[in-house]
Design a protein around this ligand. Structure first.
Ligand code: UDX
Length: 439
């Protein structure tokens, strides 16, 4: 396998994972980030992202000198043959993806790129962005290639090194082959296509995942009404290879830094092109109502009263395996409960006790038992494995009430029932009561 000289612009979550993984594949990588404190920390091997294997890969790359961090493109001392752009494309007020950071970097690259270098967009961008960057770079010898990332937080390194697919969009065959060469050691199907299709493919995939989740959340609502068990329903669906078993767990709504932003950007871009993506719109609308439904369930469990109630909140991150609070459904639910006058005491194994923006709506404790102390109810919002393994008899003793609202069907409802607690699962109206009945 031939080794490439790679510059990664942006050492955030995607850029850092990409740079460290490419270095581990034997490429020579320099990551550029304007945040001097971050560059200093990373150069010393300190990674502040909660991501399995990433710290080890960064340490390996640094010690093998295949990975370095600098603050400025002008300090890059290799002649890159590939430059990867891993910059944020945040959501604007109208939903569109803001690609201005990519555009200004592209302008800056015009005079610095070596001859025949390929510029690769890893960020999630609307169709037309690669063409726009090519125009800004304005160099006929430089091709702009789309190669979107599909990295999930908490399994980003694995997703990079063992992806389910790689998509490379380019109208320049040689550039596409060069980019494919970065992944020569990775065993995965490669879809080589035109730029626009690769750009759209990323949005199409994430919007499909969002629709799948909204659908399953609505099926859970229906199960609650009809007395069916969503776990059995989704298990049956999941055995069908046309549907697939992943992404079928109901929850408090889908969130995080990507799905909300990508669905909004896709809707904006479709609307601007005169296409109504009614299914994606419905998924987004349903998701916007989710936190209110969870708050209503907690209210119902407390006999209709939230004002003055003390509620334990289990989980704050947008999903387990990350410390990311961006777009967290847990915080959306907590905001509604606090707004209705409840006193919240929360715990999340990845979230420290003094995070700004969190502490104004709830007190964060250092352990889950403290969060349960004196609680009228506990609501589980993030599926951390440790919550399953709690001593639920102790939780029952500490609480003043006895209801646990499990928004993710993460807990063993029978076990909780045997500890004297009432577990209100999601889309499983019979869960945890059979055992009580048979006693
Ligand atoms: C997502 C995409 O999966 C990834 O391909 C993309 O590149 C970045 O965005 P991520 O944001 O890390 O990854 O989260 P993901 O694991 O996809 O979960 C998204 C949301 O869906 C979370 O809020 C999660 O809790 C929720 N979810 C997921 C469910 O509620 N049920 C499920 O079965 C799966």
């Amino acid at each position: 396998m031939s080794s490439h000289r790679v510059v990664v612009v942006g050492a955030g979550y995607v850029g850092l994972t990409t740079g460290a993984c490419l270095a581990s594949l034997g490429h020579q990588v320099v990551c550029v980030d304007t945040d001097a404190a971050k560059v200093a920390a990373l150069s010393a091997g300190r990674v502040d992202i909660f991501e399995p294997q990433l710290t080890e890969l960064v340490a390996d790359g640094l010690s093998g000198t295949r990975l370095r961090f600098v603050t400025d493109v002008s300090s890059v001392d290799i002649q890159p043959d590939v430059v990867l752009l891993c910059l944020p494309t945040p959501m604007s007020a109208d939903g569109r993806a803001d690609v201005s950071q990519l555009e200004s970097v592209a302008v800056g690259l015009r005079d610095t790129l070596p001859r025949d270098c390929a510029v690769v967009i890893k960020s999630t961008v609307p169709v037309g962005t690669a063409a726009r960057l090519a125009e800004l770079i304005g160099r006929p010898d430089v091709a702009v290639v789309s190669n979107p990332e599909f990295l999930r937080e908490g399994s980003a390194v694995r997703d990079f090194l063992r992806p389910e697919r790689i998509v490379i969009g380019s109208d320049d065959r040689a550039a596409a082959e060069r980019v494919a060469g970065l992944y020569a050691a990775v065993d995965a199907p490669v879809v080589v296509t035109d730029v626009a299709s690769a750009e759209l493919a990323k949005y199409a995939a994430n919007c499909f995942l969002a629709m799948k989740l909204s659908y399953v959340n609505e099926i859970a609502d229906l199960c609650d009404r009809l007395g069916a068990d969503v776990t059995a329903v989704t298990a049956t669906m999941g055995h069908d290879s046309r549907i697939g078993a992943a992404f079928l767990r109901p929850g408090p709504g889908w969130g995080g830094p990507c799905l909300p932003k990508d669905t909004a950007a896709m809707l904006y871009s479709a609307r601007s092109s005169g296409v109504d993506l009614s299914l994606v719109r419905a998924a987004v609308d349903d998701n916007a109502r989710r936190s209110g439904r969870v708050a209503d369930r907690v209210r119902g469990a407390l006999g209709g009263r939230l004002d003055g109630a003390r509620i334990g909140v289990y989980g704050l991150a947008f999903k387990a395996g990350t410390n990311d609070l961006r777009g967290s459904p847990a915080l959306a639910v907590a905001g509604l409960l606090a707004g209705a006058g409840a006193e919240l005491v929360g715990y999340d194994p990845s979230v420290p006790q003094d995070v700004p923006g969190v502490t104004d709506m709830l007190t964060v404790c250092a352990d889950p038992y403290q969060a349960a102390k004196g609680a009228d109810a506990v609501v589980l919002l993030t599926e951390w494995p440790l919550f399953r393994a709690l001593d639920w008899s102790m939780v029952a003793e500490l609480m003043s009430g006895s209801t646990i609202v499990d928004t993710r069907n993460h807990l063993d409802a029978d076990l909780l029932a045997s500890a004297g607690l009432v577990c209100r699962s999601t889309g499983r109206p019979g869960a945890g009561v059979r055992r009580e009945r048979s006693r």
